[in-house]
Unconditional design. Structure first.
Length: 158
């Protein structure tokens, strides 16, 4: 009766495997297509952060009068440029505020993307661990259901 019970279990498991096989194969193919991020995908976050640093650097230059060598003509030019900067403050202030808000938005976006990438890496590691656990469980179940290994276990014990 024990062998009959094992064969019933084996039949049920085989039907379940046959029913789930197409779905599992499709998921494996989809996982292989997505795969691990390519180096270019990982580098995209770094490139984004570099560009954000360049934007911040350029933003800091807004409203700064570039220096000139000492001399009476250059001093006159600097005075004119400084006066012009003060006169145009009404026009440039909203632009500077807009740029500051845009930079803050881009900075937060970069942080969110970096967190998402680290979460994806963690999930991929977990999936790999689960795949290996599943393979181990599959082997264990198959060894328990295989009558030849079951008979060999009895032979070793007896």
């Amino acid at each position: 009766m024990m062998k009959n019970g094992n064969s019933d279990i084996a039949e049920v498991l085989e039907r379940v495997r046959a029913r789930l096989r197409p779905q599992v194969e499709a998921e494996i193919r989809a996982g292989d297509r997505m795969g691990k991020p390519t180096p270019s995908q990982s580098a995209d976050i770094g490139a984004l952060q570099l560009k954000l640093g360049a934007i911040i650097s350029a933003h800091r230059q807004v409203g700064i009068v570039n220096p000139r060598h000492p001399g009476p003509i250059n001093r006159l030019i600097q005075t004119f440029k400084t006066s012009l900067r003060r006169i145009l403050t009404w026009y440039t202030r909203p632009l500077v505020e807009f740029q500051a808000c845009t930079i803050q938005f881009l900075s937060e976006t970069a942080k969110i993307l970096a967190r998402g990438e680290s979460r994806l890496d963690t999930l991929e590691q977990n999936v790999e661990l689960l795949r290996t656990d599943l393979a181990d469980l599959r082997q264990l179940i198959e060894s328990k259901l295989d009558p030849t290994t079951h008979d060999q276990d009895k032979f070793k014990r007896g």
